[in-house]
Ligand binder design. Structure first.
Ligand SMILES: [Zn+2]
Length: 403
């Protein structure tokens, strides 16, 4: 699935109609959630049937105005929140279960149409929304890509409201596959606090400076915002300013992640990285840390996306022991977080801490994948290959010393 985004240009009144549609989508989602809370044994089918009940309700005239497929999409959203909750319960991980919650009115909001309720103009520069809210025709900004696909490939159209305007996302049913020459390289990545990552060849990528800068101005804005009077016009002004700034940071972060991930994937045949769980991102009190966490999570998602596009193997390995083990001899060398250099007291190997970790990550990555469809499943060989002697334990995993 490909997603393209264009900005919508229309009149104030048209935007208000979009607001109504977004509000209604939220209403349907919340109503479905309420219905599920009252009847816990119902499933996806009952929820989507409930949409018709809502639409027929005379007390809720606005629900019927929303396109019927958009109503269904809202019910599906409620269901996916419920399904995620059930999933988390089954996993019995020490993470939060995420009991589905009602959505509140926010700056950010969206409504999803499927294949009806909207129409593109022949030149694909305008879109018309034709359901009961009568939002009418909008000019689209940034639609260059829409020309490359057939109309029947447009599976969903999502209207998204952000701090700086209204956007239209087109979800297009097309798998993206690109050809690439094998590079003969494998790479392991270690994420650190000092660098954005260190790879298994000892190269480092710094934390993007613009994120640091944005972080400072975000703090400043936040302070000024909290000094304004509640309910005042000034406060509303600052709320919007703050939201725009957040938007800018998230765009910068995305840009950084996409470019870097694309570059990393294109230049190797296998990428291994740590399977870091960052579930408490919002709870994190240190802004700098939370920004870099978010950047990392996004970077990883793009690595995995480009891995599929370019046919590059991507492996997320367990972070257990990656910084403690010696990449040269495999022995455990205990060290605290402040110890920046790995010094092995078994083989004398000395290396930067993060570089050592990146090598371990690559090693584990290479061991966990690449045995699909092989005859020997367990790893124990009872075939006696001509004179093949299993290596003794001490020499297993031994590498040439780096220096
Ligand atoms: Zn060692």
């Amino acid at each position: 699935m490909l997603v393209f985004e264009a900005k919508l240009e229309g009149t104030k009144q048209q935007y208000q109609s979009l607001d109504e549609a977004i509000r209604t989508a939220r209403f349907v989602r919340n109503a479905c959630l309420r219905y599920w809370m009252d009847n816990r044994d119902i499933g996806r089918y009952e929820l989507s049937a409930y949409c018709a009940v809502l639409a027929a309700d005379e007390n809720l005239p606005w629900v019927d105005k929303l396109n019927s497929m958009a109503r269904q999409a809202s019910a599906e959203r409620a269901w996916s929140a419920i399904a995620r909750f059930f999933d988390n319960c089954k996993k019995s991980k020490p993470l939060k279960k995420g009991y589905p919650r009602f959505k509140k009115e926010q700056t950010h909001g969206s409504v999803e149409y499927k294949t009806s309720g909207w129409k593109l103009s022949v030149d694909r520069r305008y879109i018309t929304f034709s359901d009961g809210f009568k939002a009418g025709t909008f000019k689209l900004w940034g639609t260059r890509y829409l020309h490359f696909y057939q109309l029947k490939q447009f599976k969903r159209v999502r209207v998204v409201r952000r701090a700086d305007g209204y956007y239209c996302q087109f979800c297009i049913d097309q798998e993206r596959i690109e050809k690439r020459e094998p590079t003969g390289k494998t790479i392991g990545l270690d994420v650190g606090l000092n660098h954005f990552y260190t790879d298994s060849e000892g190269n480092t990528v710094e934390n993007p400076r613009h994120l640091r800068k944005s972080e400072k101005s975000l703090k400043r804005l936040q302070r000024r915002f909290s000094k304004t009077k509640k309910g005042s016009k000034n406060r509303a002004k600052f709320r919007n300013k703050l939201a725009r700034k957040h938007l800018k940071v998230s765009r910068q972060r995305k840009d950084f992640a996409v470019k870097l991930a694309r570059c990393v994937v294109r230049s190797s045949d296998l990428v291994a990285y740590e399977d870091l769980k960052v579930p408490n991102m919002v709870r994190n009190r240190h802004l700098a840390k939370s920004i870099s966490d978010a950047a990392w999570t996004q970077f990883r998602q793009w690595i995995e996306y480009f891995g599929k596009v370019f046919g590059v193997v991507t492996v997320a390995v367990s972070p257990h022991g990656t910084s403690q083990d010696c990449s040269n001899c495999g022995e455990v060398v205990k060290k605290s977080l402040s110890t920046r250099t790995h010094i092995c007291n078994h083989c004398g190997h000395i290396q930067d801490r993060d570089w050592n970790a990146a090598l371990n990550i690559l090693e584990i990555g290479l061991r966990t994948v690449g045995h699909t469809g092989t005859l020997i499943a367990s790893g124990d060989i009872d075939l006696c290959m001509g004179g093949e002697i299993p290596p003794s334990k001490s020499s297993r995993g031994k590498r040439k010393s780096k220096k």
